[in-house]
Every structure is written in C-alpha cells, then in structure tokens.
Design a protein around this ligand. Sequence first.
Ligand SMILES: Cc1cc2nc3c(=O)[nH]c(=O)nc-3n(C[C@H](O)[C@H](O)[C@H](O)COP(=O)(O)O)c2cc1C
Length: 240
Amino acid sequence: MNPHGGRYVSHWSRFSARDYRQGLPIPYNIPFHVSLPCRYVFQPFTTAKPMILEAIVTTQNSQGQTHIAPMGIHDIGAELLLVLPFRPSKTLDNLTSTRCAVINYCDDVRIFAGCLTGRRNWPLQPAEKIPGRYLSQALSHVEVELLRTEDDETRPRLYCKTVHTVNHGPFRGFNRAQFSVLEAAILVSRLSMLSQDKIDAEIDYLRIGLEKTAGDREREAWEWLMQAIDRFRRQQSQKR
Ligand SMILES: Cc1cc2nc3c(=O)[nH]c(=O)nc-3n(C[C@H](O)[C@H](O)[C@H](O)COP(=O)(O)O)c2cc1C
C-alpha cells in the first residue's frame, strides 16, 4: 500500500485510462498521456487528497545559476511529484527550460523564512544524477525530471518524476516552532492579500508554539519574518 491508500502494481494493462483517471480526485488527475516512470503504476482505491510536503525547490537557469524557493510539493504516488508555481515564477521558468529540479526536505526553517525575506544565499552541493544543486542543509533530497506541464494562466501544474533520492541526515521529530515559522512564512508570502487583523490573529496564535519550543534557528527565522511584516506595513502607511 502507498501512503494514500492505493496499491502499487507492476503493469499498466489491468486498468483502462478511464479507471485510472476516475480513481484520483479531480485536481490530481494525472493526464493519461503522461508517460509514467519505471515499473510502478499507482492503482488508486481512494479519493483521499495526496499529501502536500513543504519543501525547498532548487532549479537552475540556462546560465547554471541556482534559484531557491519554498513550494508545497504534492506527492501523487508512483514516484510522481506535482509542483504548482504561481505565475510569475523563476522556478517555473527554470524548470520548464531545463526540465529538471531538486526537491529539498529540510528542517532548517531559516531557509523558508530567508527566501521570503531576501536571504537566498544558502550553501549548495552538486546533484548526483541531474544538472542541478541541492541544499547542504537538506535532510534528504529528490532529483526530479519534468514529465509534462499542464499550462494555466495562474498556476501551471508541473508533473515531475523522481530519478534519484538521497538521505543526508535523520529526521529529529516534530517541533512546534518550526511549524510556526512555516505558517508565518506563508503569511508573509500573502501579505498583500490578507487583512491586517487576520495576520495579527494568526501571528498571535503561532507565537505561542514559537515561544515554548524554539531553538536559535527558529527564533532567528521568526525575527526575519516579523521584520518583513513591519516593513510591509510601513510601506503601506507611506503610500496612504
Ligand atoms: C511553506 C511555503 C510554501 C509555498 N508554496 C508555494 C507554492 O506551492 N507555489 C508557489 O508559487 N509559491 C509558494 N510559496 C511562495 C513562494 O516560495 C514564493 O512566492 C517564491 O518567491 C516563488 O516564486 P519564484 O519561483 O519566482 O521564487 C510558498 C512559500 C512557503 C513559505
């Protein structure tokens, strides 16, 4: 069984394309003509939504410069990952032009907060199977190739297949302050869309877990995000 309650099977022939499409919830229908990788095909038994993992995506432009961005990665089974960048996006441009990327799983939340606050200069290492780089702080990383793009004027859907996975360090358990920083980073990425009251209420709640459980890295990341919120509000009040 896979984490979504489906079963891996070793050949296509038992399912029609229609069965396959109908078994996945609508937003996650994999286009029939995506050529699925290797020997596994996901046979869905459930319409449960795939899990979304908050990761750092590293891509390269045609000059080989690496771009780092947090993204929610949809794990849709069968070694397929779905990346959904909002336009405009450097990640989108790089991934569609080079057709490969690295998905970094990382518990140093300073990288999430840093990318949202202009701190994108994190140490990198060369990827092993694709032209690209992974984060030195990653606990694990997955090297992916782009299979197919479903275009959309707001949020294209990039279907990627896993070509290589590497573990670098152990998962050390859940931490509430890391959750608080991730959620606050998402708020910072939506400052212009949310009301001040909503942001204040969410930050007040997130601060509880932060203050009880943070280490140095989480406190530093939180500080960067609070500065970004203050800066945004000052700019808004100057415009009025
Ligand atoms: C935890 C987290 C998850 C995010 N997920 C997405 C996502 O799925 N798609 C997206 O476009 N932006 C997402 N963002 C915001 C982007 O990281 C940010 O807007 C970034 O600059 C994307 O644009 P870029 O590709 O040009 O760097 C996320 C931010 C955070 C903190």
